[in-house]
Design a protein around this ligand. Structure first.
Ligand SMILES: Cc1cc2nc3c(=O)[nH]c(=O)nc-3n(C[C@H](O)[C@H](O)[C@H](O)COP(=O)(O)O)c2cc1C
Length: 331
């Protein structure tokens, strides 16, 4: 049974095969990212049966959405580009599904994105009531034409998070896009701390990117003239940089959930070194299916053993600075 334990416990404590975050118990630190293969009931059941540490639902909107025109997804050896356009069943349907997903005995994390603050607060209230363990507030969908990402507007983000925080006592995670300036990371970290959010998931897809098919001389996806959100190996260094900076700025007061380019146990390990407490997998889960969670966990366990770590906790946030000249190729 998932039980709420102490209100003010230390994050990440491991008891009886569960890690505790925000008083919610996770059977593993590795889980799916919102988006790929988590929209339909069948997909959510498959996540329940898999080794994923949680069931993270597709970002829901107020109304059901068909999303953007196809083709809207493309993947190659370096990663993916998508312009999904938030294809989902609408929050009322997810409110019906959530109670059924509780049987899998792992956290049910409901991601949501409103087109207005009122839509956000209505959905937060309903998903909370339906029994979601954690609400992941998506302020960073890059694929809705004419709708800029809230997370790039700091004033609006602060207003939204302040109001949303006052409508629920459930743990709130915030899903963020990549930031490229330290000052932006610092400003967003200040907003997250001030509004007492409980987790920060980063990064969402790298927005408005373009993958070109040079043979056909065209973009590989249709919506928005081919512009879409990129994930996979393309984005791992960007994700790691964001995870590293945010972990430091948040001073371990808010757990960081790392996502972007995880395919292997080694990739996950890099995120933990940079300060992530939990990790999520998007693109690689879409191409490899639910077996990926057990595989990545197994690879991570082997890696830890080889490196003589008794537990992953001992490696979290332990990234070292370079002291020697081992990477000094000329410059
Ligand atoms: C097809 C697809 C759909 C996505 N939809 C969502 C979404 O609905 N909500 C969200 O927060 N992120 C969404 N994402 C972003 C992923 O959750 C993740 O942040 C991003 O892809 C980086 O992780 P990855 O490199 O493991 O793919 C989507 C990604 C893909 C590939």
């Amino acid at each position: 049974m998932l039980t709420v334990i102490l209100k003010k416990e230390v994050e990440g404590v491991f008891v009886d095969q569960f890690y505790s975050f925000n008083s919610v118990l996770f059977p593993s630190r590795i889980m799916n990212a919102s988006g790929p293969l988590c929209t339909w009931e069948q997909e959510l059941n498959a996540l329940g049966e898999s080794a994923s540490g949680a069931i993270v639902l597709k970002t829901t909107t107020f109304e059901p959405r068909a999303g953007n025109d196809r083709p809207k997804y493309f993947e190659n050896e370096w990663g993916s580009i998508n312009s999904n356009g938030l294809e989902n069943l609408g929050y009322k349907k997810y409110c019906e599904l959530i109670p059924k997903l509780k049987r899998f005995n792992k956290p049910v994390i409901s991601s949501l994105s409103g087109f207005s603050l009122e839509e956000f607060t209505t959905m937060v209230g309903a998903l909370d009531q339906a029994g979601a363990d954690i609400l992941e507030i998506n302020l960073s969908c890059p694929n809705i034409a004419g709708k800029p990402q809230v997370a790039y507007d700091f004033e609006m983000s602060e207003k939204y998070l302040h109001t949303i925080r006052s409508t629920t006592e459930k743990p709130l995670w915030v899903k963020l896009p990549p930031y490229f300036e330290t000052i932006h990371r610092q400003e967003m970290a200040r907003i997250l701390l001030k509004n007492e959010v409980n987790g920060v998931t980063l990064i969402n897809s790298l927005g408005n990117a373009l993958i070109v098919d040079p043979e056909k001389e065209q973009a590989v996806i249709k919506p928005k003239q081919g512009l879409g959100g990129v994930g996979g190996k393309y984005v791992k260094p960007v994700a790691l940089g964001n995870v590293f900076t945010f972990s430091q700025e948040l001073e371990n007061k808010i757990p960081v959930i790392g996502v972007g380019g995880i395919y292997t146990g080694m990739d996950a390990f890099e995120f933990f070194l940079c300060g992530a407490q939990l990790v999520q997998i998007g693109t690689a889960y879409k191409s490899q299916g639910p077996g990926i969670f057990a595989r990545v966990q197994g690879e991570l366990n082997e890696l830890l053993q080889r490196k003589n770590y008794a537990r992953i906790e001992d490696a979290i946030g332990k990234l070292k600075v370079v002291e020697g000249e081992e990477y000094g190729f000329g410059a």
